[in-house]
Design a protein around this ligand. Structure first.
Ligand code: SF4
Length: 584
């Protein structure tokens, strides 16, 4: 069905009590239908994986049906002409929980529903009438004007919420559908995008937060990121992928974009004959089936990076698995084919030429943090200051203050990092202390304690409909307690807090990863919010990379998390060999 001729959406009711009741009834029926179809799709054992390349575009599950009915990006027109005028209850489920994602919009969790109900309630019972809105900042790059605009939108239309996500986006909450057209307009006026911030599309492109300024940088990948955005983001060519597609670029010799867990990653290397370019990785990802990405062993010149990106995205679109969403990420195709076949198909069918062999990127050491926190000199002699909001939480007012502070010292550049940090660039030497003190006054610390510095947390039960457990406040409590108890900790210990079995906060690559679930409280014998523990994850270490091990029996209640981290930390400090990092 073409959404432009979709009578369901064209005849959405005007607001009235009867209309509201009809809309809710329709939502309930559609939700039931979706669940029935999903169950049928799960039972369908006939393999129709990689079907597009075989010329078969039959939709194999409800999500594929939704996408096949017309480009989901077209929902923007209905947002602006229908839903923003008629209100939340005029939005049919297919748009509300499907196509809206293509414009960065998710319904947020209704307040007060505990985590034990997450799996048993109908989607519409979990939905609040407000939205989370994700704003892309590709490469994590914001100008002062862009930061100020997001801050003003947050203050005016999103109850002053703003979280720095671990994909260098900013997420707002409490957004009303009535305000979305105005928000899109304001965002786009300063050159930002919400297009394809969520959905089965190329998501925001990660980039080194110190691109263009770091002293030891091999190459500034900003032009390559820009070219991909200008050519392909918002294009129907890639607006129907089997699932999300995550890209990352870095020009740094030290790993800082977690390239091993991206669908596609370009890492700067120096080829002995061809100069500076990128080493290409594909097929990484976390979630419930974590895979490390594979090196294809080829050298990509910067000027063809967009072609190579297009080829890999094209393979995913055409050969990716579209039957079960749990098997749809690129990592499953790479695992089945192996890197040799993947490269062969890329060269033969998508590029039409061979890529030269190339060197591997530098392997990091346990001391390489890649978070850019602290005070550092740039290659042009000016300075940058990286600070750590606890678990990425700031606010619109804080964003406005950061923008004002940057502008006051002549800076126009702010960066977000994949570890939920914020970096202010281009600070003259004699103004560094002004910036450090100004940020400290906002509780944004450039010399944080080790736990403060190394904690990240996902959205959690406060807003996420999939969550079982609260995350941000729990992370804040861990930081408060542990940094007081271990003020002189001399080795980083990362703590990642996830609100459910997904891995938005990358639970498997933390020193101590917490995966939200209900656990048994030993004292009361009741199920309470808690976490499964993973220990010893590490990335950026080449062959020594590893996912954290799930420790059988290591389950903690949310309230017991600080005491657990305390025990594990003491044990590490008492038993470590000299300079032995936590993960080892
Ligand atoms: Fe939501 Fe789970 Fe992702 Fe956290 S990990 S943001 S709870 S889906």
């Amino acid at each position: 069905m073409n959404p432009d001729t979709d009578t369901t959406t064209q005849t959405a009711p005007a607001p009235s009590a009867a209309g509201d009741a009809d809309a809710r009834q329709r939502q309930r029926e559609e939700a039931r239908l979706i669940r029935t179809r999903e169950a049928a799709a799960r039972k369908n054992t006939a393999s129709r994986d990689g079907q597009w390349a075989a010329g078969d575009r039959t939709p194999l599950n409800p999500n594929e049906e939704m996408k096949a009915s017309g480009d989901p990006l077209q929902v923007r027109h209905r947002i602006e002409t229908l839903y923003a005028k008629w209100g939340f209850w005029s939005i049919p489920p297919g748009d509300l929980r499907g196509r809206f994602r293509w414009w960065g919009l998710y319904t947020q969790r209704r307040p007060g529903i505990d985590g034990g109900k997450t799996a048993i309630l109908e989607p519409h019972q979990l939905d609040d009438e407000f939205f989370m809105l994700r704003i892309r900042s590709d490469g994590g790059q914001l100008s002062v004007a862009q930061a100020r605009t997001i801050g003003e939108i947050s203050r005016d239309l999103a109850r002053d919420t703003a979280d720095v996500s671990d994909r260098q986006n900013i997420q707002l909450h409490w957004v009303r559908i009535e305000d979305v057209p105005d928000i899109f307009r304001r965002v786009e006026e300063v050159g930002l995008l919400c297009a394809e911030a969520c959905g089965d599309v190329p998501r925001v492109i990660l980039g080194s937060p110190v691109a263009g300024i770091a002293k030891d940088e091999l190459i500034d990948p900003t032009p390559q990121i820009r070219e991909i955005i200008d050519r392909y983001i918002g294009s129907p060519e890639f607006s129907n992928l089997p699932r999300k597609f995550k890209t990352a670029f870095t020009g740094q010799p030290v790993p800082d974009i977690l390239h091993e867990v991206q669908d596609i990653a370009f890492c700067a290397v120096e080829h002995p004959e061809l100069g500076i370019g990128y080493d290409l990785w594909v097929g990484g990802g976390l979630s419930v089936n974590p895979f490390l990405g594979k090196r294809l062993g080829v050298f990509v010149r910067p000027e063809i990076a967009h072609e190579v990106w297009k080829g890999v995205a094209g393979i995913f679109r055409d050969h990716g698995y579209r039957r079960l969403r749990t098997r749809a990420r690129l990592k499953f195709l790479v695992k089945e084919w192996g890197p040799e076949k993947f490269l062969q198909v890329l060269q033969d069918d998508y590029l039409g030429y061979e890529l030269p062999k190339g060197p591997a990127p530098r392997v990091g050491t346990a001391g390489d943090r890649g978070d850019h926190v602290g005070i550092h000199q740039q290659k042009d002699g000016r300075w940058y200051v990286g600070v750590a909001p606890v678990a990425g939480r700031i606010s619109g007012e804080k964003l406005l203050e950061i923008a004002r502070l940057a502008e006051s010292v002549g800076s126009d550049r702010i960066r977000l990092t994949p570890l939920q940090k914020i970096v202010v660039l281009d600070i003259p030497e004699d103004r560094v202390s002004d910036v450090v003190n100004g940020l400290r006054a906002l509780e944004l610390e450039s010399q944080p304690g080790e736990f403060h510095r190394n904690v990240i947390a996902c959205t959690g039960i406060e807003y996420c409909k999939l969550a079982i457990v609260e995350t941000k406040a729990t992370a804040r409590e861990v930081v408060k307690v542990l940094d007081e108890r271990f003020p002189d900790l001399d080795s980083p210990i990362s703590v990642h807090v996830n609100g459910c079995p997904n891995s938005c906060a990358r639970v498997q690559i933390a020193d101590i990863g917490f995966k939200g679930q209900l656990v048994l409280d030993d004292e009361t014998g009741e199920q309470v919010p808690g976490f499964q523990v993973h220990l010893g994850g590490r990335l950026g270490r080449g062959d020594d990379n590893d996912f954290g091990r799930k420790i059988r029996g290591h389950k903690v209640t949310a309230d017991g998390m600080p005491a657990y981290v305390d025990r594990v930390t003491r044990n590490y400090l008492e038993t470590r060999q000299q300079d032995e990092p936590f993960a080892d």
